[in-house]
Design a protein around this ligand. Structure first.
Ligand code: ADP
Length: 502
């Protein structure tokens, strides 16, 4: 596995190299074409040089003209001796032709070639048109590099015996420039590649530096104990800044849920520890040989009480755990609340009588909700028993069921009890929270602080809200607001417009 930095570097460099090769290739082709053109021009210049030399020589009266019909050579036209001397001093490959395309003069250098090559040059040269295209004669000689590029020129000043001059330059001259280019490219390509590799690696490294810093920071944070730390977000308003902010939000959520989990586990173990210790003491007392029959049954009864307390706690924990997991199946059906509230009122009246508290139900407006009847009953009973638990003798507890805004229904429990202080109010729905732990455990009220958490879960699962208003020493009001089903004309019930569903 290569790092992103390495992969980016290779990709950059590879791309650059491919571009360089493509560019070099295109340049080579273009250069070759233009070099051939330039060579053609150079060949014409050569030919003109020969022409001018002839014209100058004629003007100086040195080699006036070409001897025609030379008897010695058997009727073939030939240059004068003087002309041959002048032309013999000229370098390069050239031919001088007469109007019948016969060879008048062939340059010294050309005459050094093989006879067959000389013949080919003559054959191609005589076919060339003045001012027309150039032609390449293939010659198998290394320094020629595949041949001569021939061009033909003429000038009337040379007199009637000379029709034109054909001059040639070795192709090697034309090939040289593009070859030089390729050579240079081959030389500098590795260098460029090396430099670009280095530059790309450096740039990628710079680009990834903040990412690496971020990774190190995240690694340091996610060891579980440093969740209070946050990533620096001041880097820039770019993708990394946004990533850091997103991660920070995630870490904050993790911190909150880790904290909650830790507290929950600690609280749950603590709550189980006490009844277990009592249970142990009770059983030890019961099995002690010296314990009398009466004491033994008292001890066992106490043990039974502790067991049922623990069973309650485990039951509540299980409910919350399932609720957290979203595994709790609510059996939703249209439920009329009036019968449930009346039933809860009956139970509460009995409990109230035992506690010396008056429980009343002054207002009941029926309404249906889509929900789980058993859970709703548990919810209402929970709030009422709390009201009775936390109201001293002689107090009052009042329940009401009433419509709100046509599409919701409210169940409220008002008591004249001890109330909750403003500082404590935000925590009442937290798991295991109790206004006074020590006292509530010691007294017969002794709940676990899970009732309201479960109540809130039930309300939320029904798409409703649970609110509390309270003043210390004055009493509290717990209000459950649930979305109501409206009765349609045909008697069927549908959720009220605007009501949420849980
Ligand atoms: P518990 O099992 O302790 O009653 P709850 O979750 O039902 O647990 O309640 C949490 C705490 O909220 C209680 O311990 C109590 O301090 C406070 N509380 C709940 N209901 C009332 C109320 N009606 N009046 C005063 N305090 C209340």
């Amino acid at each position: 596995m290569y790092s992103t930095r390495t992969r980016l570097t290779t990709a950059y460099a590879g791309l650059l190299f491919a571009t360089m090769i493509a560019f070099g290739g295109a340049l080579y082709v273009a250069r070759r074409a233009s070099a051939a053109d330039e060579l053609g021009i150079e060949s014409r210049k050569e030919a003109h040089l020969v022409l001018n030399t002839i014209i100058n020589a004629q003007a100086n009266g040195r080699a006036l003209t070409i001897i025609s019909e030379n008897p010695v050579s058997g009727g073939v036209t030939q240059p004068t001796q003087a002309m041959s001397e002048v032309l013999g001093r000229l370098p390069g490959y050239f031919l001088v032709l007469d109007p019948q395309d016969r060879l008048l003069y062939s340059s010294t250098t050309l005459r050094l070639l093989d006879q067959t090559d000389q013949d080919t040059v003559y054959a191609v040269g005589r076919a060339l048109v003045v001012g027309g295209a150039t032609a390449t004669v293939p010659i198998d000689q290394n320094e020629m590099n595949q041949g001569l590029l021939l061009a033909a020129v003429s000038d009337t000043a040379t007199g009637p015996n000379i029709s034109r001059v054909v001059a040639g330059l070795p192709m090697s001259t034309a090939r040289l420039a593009p070859q030089l280019l390729v050579g240079t490219m081959f030389l500098i390509a590795p260098l460029v590649l090396l430099i670009s590799l280095g530059a790309a690696y450096y740039l990628a490294g710079r680009a990834f530096k903040p990412v690496e810093l971020l990774i190190n920071e995240v690694e340091a944070i996610t060891d579980g104990r440093s969740l209070h730390r946050r990533l620096p977000t001041d880097t820039a308003d770019d993708e990394l800044g946004r990533l850091a902010e997103t991660l920070n939000r995630m870490i904050a959520r993790l911190q909150a849920s880790f904290g909650a989990l830790r507290r929950f586990t600690a609280d749950a173990s603590h709550e189980l520890k006490t009844p277990l210790a009592v249970l142990r003491a009770d059983i030890e007392r019961a099995i002690h040989p010296g314990t009398g029959e009466g004491d033994r049954s008292v001890a066992l009864e106490e043990a039974m009480q502790e067991i049922s307390r623990m069973a309650d706690l485990v039951d509540s924990l299980l409910t919350l755990a399932r609720a957290d997991e979203g595994r709790f199946d609510l059996h939703r059906a249209p439920v009329h609340l009036e019968p449930i509230v009346r039933d809860v009122n009956e139970t509460a009246t009995i409990l109230g009588e035992e506690a010396g508290i008056t429980v009343t139900l002054p207002l009941v407006e029926d309404g249906a909700v889509l929900g789980d009847a058993a859970r709703l009953r548990q919810l209402f009973l929970n709030l009422v028993t709390n009201a009775i638990k936390y109201t001293p003798r002689g107090g009052k507890v009042e329940m009401t069921l009433s419509h709100r805004n046509n599409n919701s229904i409210a169940f409220a429990v008002r008591d004249t009890g001890m109330g909750i202080s403003a500082a404590d109010l935000p925590y009442v729905f937290e798991r295991f929270w109790r206004a006074d732990r020590v006292r509530s455990r010691a007294s017969e009220r002794g709940g676990f602080g899970l009732g309201l958490a479960i109540a809130q879960w039930i309300v939320q699962a029904h798409g409703g809200t649970l609110t509390v208003q309270s003043r210390l020493g004055r009493g509290s009001v717990f209000t459950v607001l649930l979305p109501m089903l409206v009765e349609a004309a045909d008697g069927a019930e549908a959720p009220a417009a605007g009501a949420q569903e849980g």
